[in-house]
Design a protein around this ligand. Sequence first.
Ligand code: HEM
Length: 362
Amino acid sequence: MLVNLEVGSVLLALLVVATWIQRRRRAEKSASSLAPPIHLDSKQGTTRITPLEHFNVDATEPHPYRPWSSGKFAMTMGIQKVPSEEWLTLDRRYVPEQALRRELLARHHDGVMQILPGSESACEEVLSMVVSYLTQRYPHLFYHPSGQLDHIYNKLTEQTFKIVAPYDVPPLEIAAQLAMEDINILYPGFGEDPEQHYLAASYSMAPAGWDLRERIGWPLWKIHSPVPMWQEKLQRSVEKYFHKMKADDLIARHNYFVQTDDILFQQVPFAERLPEPPKIEDIRIRHERQTLRRLPRTGAILFLVRTYIMPLTDLRDDPDSLRAFLSSVRAMPPNMAKYKGRPVWGETVERWCAEILEEPIS
Ligand code: HEM
């Protein structure tokens, strides 16, 4: 009898412990769908950013990236690690692009800026990282005025911002008026599926043919729904990569589009046909340098996009790059060629490149 009673209480105790563990697991699972796991960055705060004290913005040309290669087309993630010192870019386009940013914020606010409730602390975290980077990298251009640590002065635009709560301007709006990059914050758990990353906040001055007001709150796969082969070739690997990404990884990927004007703020899809074939002088290569990192405190994914627009004719004196460019244009499979608008600009590009390179037209 006594033994039975003891066995009974042990079983009861085991049952209580098992229920407690089960409840705790469930609670942890539902919490993790709201706040993703935080991967602490061991180097955060201790990584030294070398100051570029004599950096001259006006004398610095946009980086001449050549984001294409000859050979077969391959739909891959195409990511590479980059040193954290190379996070944000600065060049002579800064002042005119900041003027465009201010104009869009004033006249088209909701088209360029969206912040979903729940993403505010990630926006604050982005601001503090941008301030920390710029004040270390360009201390003569971005600094705390007369030692006031709660403000930042942007010497290039002569603006001062309060950078602690209560804010005068939302933190993401401040970050967008300091950096040249467009800013996207992605969170798991902002929609039905805790496994998917959703666009939770964004400042986008240079969308490549899409509208932020439509795509805010969308999961990554849906954002990419117009992109051929995304679902079959990239979706799984990108989501997997996002889940295991550590806060001290900084990675970059590059892409390009071709367009027939100089427009940076391209919110509607690129034209599928034009009344006349474009002239070669109108052809522009639109290149995006995209960086990805995980925010160490909130755990959100930060996706920055710097967009460069350059005339194709700038490649006239660089035959190796031009040859590689033409090869990559020719290598696009039909669905990708259609997505990138090749039926609109392809013939003009093909003729001019072949003429410069003294090649037969394909
Ligand atoms: C490693 C991660 C990613 C990969 C491999 C990737 C890949 C791609 C590819 C292949 C395209 C087609 C254009 C091109 O690049 O050639 C594209 C377009 C696009 N991506 Fe991503 N992407 C990634 C992350 C993101 C993130 C985090 C966002 C969040 C905002 C995003 C937003 C977009 C948008 C808005 C487009 C244009 C879609 C359209 O044409 O409507 N991408 N991406």
